[in-house]
Design a protein around this ligand. Sequence first.
Ligand code: CA
Length: 231
Amino acid sequence: MYKPKILVVEDDPAITNLIRTTLDTQEYQYHTAKNGASAMLDAVSYNADVIILDLGLPDMDGVEIIHKIRGWSNVPIIVVSARSEDSDKVEALDAGADDYLTKPFSIDELLARLRVALRRSRAEESSAQVSSVYHNGELSIDYAAGCVYMNGAEIHLTPMEYKLLCVLAKNTGKVLTHNYILKEVWGSALASDTPSLRVFMATLRKKIEKTPSEPQYIQTHIGVGYRMIRQ
Ligand code: CA
C-alpha cells in the first residue's frame, strides 16, 4: 500500500518529535527539514503529498516559502504557527497555504487536517480528468448546466450565491480567506465588501444547509474565511 509522503518543516525539536511520533503511528512516510533553505531543496526533491510548514523559521519566513513553492507546485501546505494572530494565518493562506494549525495543537487535530489535505490532493488528481459535475455528500453541482441539487432536488440560487458556492466547491478542503473569495466572486477585495460576503453566505447556507446555524458543508473560520468540507 502506498504510504503518503509528508514533508515536515519545523525548527523546534520538541514539535518535530511530536509530529514524527504521530506520523509513525499512522504509517505515513516523512522527511524533516529544520530551516527554510533545506525546506526549499526538499520541496523540490522529496515530492511530498503534503507539506507541514512552521511559519517561524531561523533563516526564512514561512510565507516566503509558500510563495516560492506555489510558483511551481500545488501540493497542499498546512501551516503550523505559534503566532495566533489572524493576520498571520490570512497572510499564509493568501500566499497559497491550504490550512493552518495554531500551536499548541493536539495530535487528533493534526491528523484530521492531514486527512483533509490528502483527500484534496487525491481529489485534484482525479478531477484532472475534468468532471463537469461536482458531488459532495448530498450536494451536487452541474457546472455545465449551472444547476445545484441537494439530495436530487434542484436548489435555486441567485447568480452571486452560485458563484460563491462554485468558488468554495472548486477548493473543497481548503480554507479560503475573505480576500480570496471577494476577488474570485466580486473581482475586487475591499475589506468593506466583507459584510456583503457574510450576507450572501447566510442566504446560501439557508438554501444548502439543513441547520444553517450548525453548517455541515461550509465551515466558518472566524476572522479568516470559509472552507467547504468534504462529506
Ligand atoms: Ca519555529
